[in-house]
Design a protein around this ligand. Structure first.
Ligand SMILES: NC(=O)c1ccc[n+]([C@@H]2O[C@H](COP(=O)([O-])OP(=O)(O)OC[C@H]3O[C@@H](n4cnc5c(N)ncnc54)[C@H](O)[C@@H]3O)[C@@H](O)[C@H]2O)c1
Length: 255
């Protein structure tokens, strides 16, 4: 069964790196029109260069998802340009240092909540406004396996991702009869710049071994595996799934 997104308008936040960049490349390959955003303009430019598409297929919009004006402008730019918003991937996020709760600074806690929770909330508000007006839509929020189970030394991050799951389930129920499907994906660790930053340094190799060892399948995931799941969730072949927090985690949340 081939998944196509021909002429579907897909908006992706955090498209300048990691899962967001992989998603941009894969959705483009499947025929989508893209509204790509990131707070990191260099990363976003690099993704646009890799895509090498004209503005009839892809536009880039600078956006800090924790800033309501930026988010409103991002969604408006996409609609002004492509006249619709079919699929929104709320992917932008930040991680925290591995540390015990007593050492998490209030500043770091506030940043994680602002980007990972408020950012998803602000994006969903603007996206749902448009999707209600057009009478259809699909949203995928990128949570984490740390949104399903406890994550020692990542408490603030885990709290933020549990909140994303709560937002997703509640919104899915609110919009279930409005032809709008809303799901979350919950990946385990994959090599992206976010995770590689945690794996740097003397303890990096040991940490990587520990992560892989904790996953029942015995290895970390790949961005490609996560994006394949994301695309399947957004596809027409999967038209009866809403309100799910779907793990792509090599069995970790089941163990
Ligand atoms: N990599 C993993 O193993 C993993 C596992 C589970 C969940 N996730 C989640 O997947 C998502 C993508 O992570 P990734 O691993 O690709 O990380 P990444 O760091 O490679 O990419 C994240 C992107 O988000 C952008 N971003 C950060 N703050 C932003 C803001 N305020 N506004 C707009 N953009 C912002 C960054 O500039 C970056 O381009 C995140 O939500 C992350 O929590 C990642």
């Amino acid at each position: 069964m081939e998944i196509t997104f021909k002429d579907k308008v897909v908006q992706i936040t955090g498209a300048g790196s990691g899962f967001g960049r992989t998603a941009a490349l894969e959705f483009a390959g499947a025929g989508a029109k893209l509204v790509l955003s990131d707070v990191n303009s260099a990363g976003l430019d690099e993704t646009m260069s890799m895509l090498n598409l004209g503005d009839d297929r892809a536009i880039a919009v600078g956006c800090d998802v924790s800033n309501p004006d930026d988010v409103a402008q991002m969604v408006k730019s996409g609609i002004d340009h492509f006249s619709a918003l079919d699929i929104a991937i709320n992917n932008a996020g930040v991680a925290s240092e591995l540390t015990r709760i007593e050492h998490i600074s209030q500043k770091d806690f506030d940043l994680i909540m602002a980007v990972n929770v408020k950012g998803v909330f602000l994006c969903m508000q603007q996206e749902l406004n448009q999707m209600m007006a057009q009478g259809s839509g699909i949203i995928v929020n990128v949570a984490s396996v740390a949104g399903l189970i406890g994550a020692p030394f990542l408490a603030a991050y885990a709290a933020s991702k549990h909140a994303v799951v709560g937002l997703t389930k509640s919104a899915a129920l609110e919009y279930a009869r409005k032809n709008i499907r809303i799901n979350a994906i919950c990946p385990a660790s994959c090599h992206t710049p976010m995770v590689d930053a945690v794996l740097q340094g003397d303890k990096g190799a040991k940490r990587e071994q520990d992560i892989a060892g904790s996953i029942p399948m015995g290895r970390m995931g790949t961005p490609q595996e996560i994006v394949s799941g994301m695309m399947w969730l957004c596809s027409d072949q999967n038209s009866f799934t809403t309100g799910q927090a779907l793990a792509f985690d090599g069995g970790l949340s089941t163990a």
